[in-house]
Design a protein around this ligand. Structure first.
Ligand code: GN1
Ligand code: MG
Length: 360
């Protein structure tokens, strides 16, 4: 069965009975595969849905993951009933997913919106910060115990380093000689990169319910006025630290270049982007943050950037089992770009800290 037939069949299983027109592959994320499927209604008007093939190598417990998403979206919906929301379709046996062999499918409404990978407009950035801050606040009273840990130790940087060390030892893809310099740098900054993880182990930072994958393209915006409609990609909603959400958002949005840009010398943190995002994020969250959380927001950006460099490098050394790649060196280029960004963050740490203080 080719993909076209497969998607048609998946839609049928999710009880869509309209006339199938075709699909478009959506460039969304580095882990799952996403398709926009297009239909014609009886009256001839078009209607689309999103179908995703969840990567079960990354998410070993996809059923638990869907349970998390259900609970979290219901919790938010109860608080803001009229708001735009992701809605997961159900199969004939009332499941929000369809397992077929190795494939794990799910289907949601398609929300007409715009997303941004790279944006400098402070208005958009403030709105993105606000959206993630608001998301965080909406889940402040959500019972952490209800959540499955969809990827255990997801932002446990120490554990990420241990995994890297194992990959180095195995050298499964024979790529070790190409990555000596990157490894050396990451080992040199290991303790600093593990600041958040270590503080968490010592009980110095509170666990919250966090999004954990706060790329700015996970916020859908209204194309008319650039207001934020909804935060998407709830696969990694888990107990986490505020710095995981803040740091990852800055890592992605405030970089002068995209995260896989091969011109490493252009990578770095744009402080105006940092400021706009921080203003939005802190406008929602400042009142609830502890002094330790505030003090580590700037450092969280470095931690999350170094952590992702470790993950990209680990994947490259292993022969790319985890992240989708477009060409053989993709994970190496990603690693180098994140390292360049991390270095610039260390240079600008005092400025980032000062901006955070200025937002309070
Ligand atoms: C993955 O697939 P996507 O783009 O939502 C990854 C994130 C990384 C990101 C880097 C579950 O997110 O942790 O920061 O790639 N998600 C997972 O682009 O591993
Ligand atoms: Mg994601």
């Amino acid at each position: 069965m080719d993909l076209n037939e497969k998607l048609q069949e998946v839609c049928r299983q999710f009880k869509i009975q309209d006339t199938y027109v075709g699909y478009e592959t959506v460039q969304m994320g580095n882990v799952n595969r996403t398709y926009k499927v297009n239909f014609l209604l009886k009256d001839g008007s078009p209607k689309s849905f999103l179908v995703q093939n969840v990567n079960t190598y990354a998410f070993r417990e996809p059923v638990g993951l869907m349970e998390n998403i259900d609970k979290v979206t219901e919790h938010i919906r109860a608080k803001c009933p009229g708001k735009t929301a992701l809605h997961f379709h159900h199969t004939y046996d009332r499941k929000t997913y369809l397992i077929d062999g190795d494939n794990f499918w799910r289907m949601t409404n398609y929300i007409d919106s715009v997303t941004y990978n790279a944006v400098k407009d402070p208005f958009v950035l403030r709105n993105a910060g606000k959206a993630f801050g608001e998301f965080q606040m909406q889940l402040a009273d959500f019972d952490i115990q209800l959540l499955h840990e969809t990827i255990p130790g997801f932002h446990n940087t120490r554990q990420r380093y241990e995994k890297l060390a194992k990959a180095v030892e195995a050298n499964a893809a024979g790529r070790l000689d190409q990555v000596r310099e990157e490894l050396e740098y990451l080992m040199e900054v290991q303790d600093l990169a593990c600041t958040l993880s270590d503080m968490l182990s010592r009980g110095e930072l509170p666990l919250r319910v966090t999004h954990n994958d706060t790329k700015i393209n996970n916020v859908l915006f209204d194309s008319r006025d650039n207001s934020a409609l909804v935060v998407i990609d709830l696969d990694t909603v888990m107990p986490g630290l505020i710095g995981h959400d803040f740091g990852d958002a800055i890592r992605f949005a405030a970089n002068f270049v995209e995260e896989d840009c091969p011109e490493y010398d252009r990578a770095g943190v744009d402080l105006e982007v940092f400021r706009a995002f921080a203003q939005g994020f802190l406008s929602q969250t400042a009142g609830t943050l502890t002094e330790n959380e505030i003090r580590t927001l700037g450092m969280s950006c470095f931690c999350l950037t170094a952590e992702l460099a470790v993950r990209f490098l680990d994947d490259y050394i292993q022969g790319d089992p985890y992240f989708k790649i477009l060409y053989p060196e993709h994970n190496l280029v990603r690693t180098r770009c994140q390292i360049a960004l991390a270095k610039d963050m260390l240079r600008k740490m005092d400025q980032m800290d000062a901006i955070v203080r200025g937002c309070l």
